[in-house]
Design a binder for this molecule. Structure first.
Ligand code: SF4
Length: 379
């Protein structure tokens, strides 16, 4: 990028972008003054890969239940995961819980104001460190998130692939150069807000944009051609089975995923797993339960099929009623298990796909009864 553009962009930031932001910024709870660093941090973590509308109720509930790092650190992880339930990317919840412990132990229960100390905390990458340091403490550090990258790529009509580290470095230099030292947090937020409200991925509202006069992509009438990105690989699709196992007391078996590593670690689920080549769905579920919990089961009627998209793959989750034929649940590939009624699910944190199974169970006109699905005694 030509450095000759910097002065005109800086002038546009001060004369156009900031006044636009002052008039158009959304009234969001984490922007309420004064801005406690803790609230800024929690909002930034929740907003990663997640829309503002989705985050709002979670943020309010979370701050009400855990108003500061000490309250968060004192809570069991299960309570934290329960409040996070449905928000996805559960590693974030585990990480902030861990970080809260560190804050209590090493920083007097507060987020440190020093950017280097912030950056050393778990889960504080370059973006989160710059966001918390600038929004909460006024440090002159420029943020570069997906919204900012899109706006910059369009302003410059940048031909480079924005997925490449070299391009990100270039854009970070631009963000640094355009940061006004007297209002770093406001400038950062203004770029992000412009990307969220005006310079949107589809149908950017160029005529309403305060930076229209300095935007190359708008001049070329090709804003949606930017940012340039390498074509994404097709995401894999997995077929997965889950067992809703009933016992003679009409309780349902749920299992807790291993606590360390892996997706959805520590969450509860209806046990099951991925179908293998040539297997029918009942065969898949029976095999998975043998491997995971050491029980032989009889797989009964289908309850629901749930489609769900994760970042790197999609799944189709087929839930079937089942009962144990032999064995007692053991923790071979799971951390714990529990027998619960339909009304007790709320005490356990589940992933979104499993919550859909719970919804299907609750939508049944009456609680599922063992003898309705398995009228004959177990062999
Ligand atoms: S003029 Fe259009 S493309 Fe350029 S920054 Fe504004 S909204 Fe984005």
């Amino acid at each position: 990028m030509s450095s000759a553009l910097i002065p005109s962009f800086r002038a546009a930031v001060r004369r156009r972008l900031l006044p636009w932001f002052a008039n158009n910024a959304r009234d969001l709870p984490w922007r309420a003054e004064p801005r406690p660093p803790y609230a800024v941090w929690i909002s930034e973590i929740m907003l990663q890969q997640t829309r503002v509308d989705t985050v709002l109720p979670y943020f309010r509930r979370f701050l009400a239940r855990f108003p500061d790092p000490a309250a968060l650190a004192a809570a069991p992880l299960r309570d934290v995961l329960k409040l996070w339930e449905g928000l996805g990317y559960y590693a974030r919840a585990r990480q902030i819980h861990k970080t809260a412990h560190l804050l209590v132990r090493d920083h007097g229960g507060k987020l440190p104001a020093d950017p280097a100390q912030l950056a050393a905390l778990p889960g504080f990458g370059p973006y989160t460190s710059a966001a918390v340091a600038s929004f909460a403490f006024g440090h002159p550090l420029a943020v570069l998130d997906g919204n900012v990258i899109r706006v910059f790529a369009r302003l410059l009509a940048l031909p480079d692939d924005v997925g490449r580290p070299a391009t990100k470095k270039k854009l970070q230099l631009l963000a640094d150069a355009l940061l006004l030292r007297d209002r770093p947090g406001t400038v950062n937020e203004a770029w992000m807000e412009l990307g969220a409200l005006v310079c949107t991925p589809r149908n950017p509202r160029c005529p309403a944009c305060p930076l229209r006069a300095v935007c190359r992509a708008a001049t070329l009438k090709t804003p949606e051609a930017y940012p340039k990105k390498k074509k994404k690989m097709k995401v894999p699709h997995k077929i997965v089975g889950a067992a809703v196992i009933l016992n003679a007391k009409n309780q349902i078996l749920i299992a807790q995923r291993q606590a360390e590593g892996g997706m959805l670690a520590g969450l509860w689920e209806f046990p099951g797993g991925k179908i293998a080549e040539g297997e029918t769905m009942p065969q898949c579920i029976a095999r998975e339960l043998k491997e995971e919990m050491g029980i032989a089961i009889e797989v009964g009627p289908h309850l629901v099929t749930v489609p769900h998209a994760y970042t790197h793959f999609t799944i189709e989750l087929h839930a079937h009623f089942a009962r144990i034929q032999t064995g007692r649940p053991r923790h071979i590939e799971c951390a714990d298990h529990a027998w619960v009624t339909r009304d007790q699910f709320d005490s356990y944190p589940f992933s979104k796909a499993d919550l859909d199974i719970i919804r299907a169970l609750r939508a049944l006109s009456k609680p599922p009864r063992y003898r309705d699905f398995f009228p004959k005694p177990a062999p």
